[in-house]
Design a protein around this ligand. Structure first.
Ligand SMILES: [Zn+2]
Length: 138
């Protein structure tokens, strides 16, 4: 079994085939579906060509199943989902909501792995994730 990705709110599966599916809203305001790679650190976005995402825009992420916002409570600049690996270990995956910004964190009880060339912009976030907060409060 490969990794599964879940909505942190309804625990529905966000991975379908080789993609993670999200409902996003832009400032325009306009909504659309995007596919992201389940490989953390791969920032390829697949979308309908008429659904435009502006570079640098902060988009809102919603679960396509329960339609709730899936932003990180500790820092709403980031979106947050849950990853379950093949041995049923749970991780929090936190990634930037800014279009074109390559920054993700994989978190498990204060152990953090960072991904993406822009991750160094967020050293404060990295430190805050390391602090000893309950897992579910991320
Ligand atoms: Zn959901």
């Amino acid at each position: 079994m490969s990794n599964n990705y879940l909505c942190p709110r309804c625990k529905g599966y966000l991975n379908v085939g080789d993609h993670l599916v999200f409902n996003v809203k832009t400032k325009k305001p306009r909504g659309g579906l995007i596919f992201l790679s389940p490989e953390i650190g791969n920032y390829q976005v697949i979308k309908h060509p008429h659904f435009e995402l502006e570079e640098g825009e902060l988009v809102e992420f919603f679960c396509p199943i329960c339609h709730r916002k899936i932003h990180c409570t500790r820092n709403p600049y980031f979106a947050r989902i849950v990853m379950v690996d093949s041995e049923y270990n749970e991780f929090e995956i936190i990634f930037s909501r800014k279009v074109g910004e390559k920054c993700s964190f994989k978190v498990k009880e204060g152990k953090i792995t960072e991904f993406g060339k822009h991750a160094s912009r967020f050293n404060d976030m990295f430190k805050s994730l390391q602090s000893n907060q309950p897992f579910k409060n991320i």
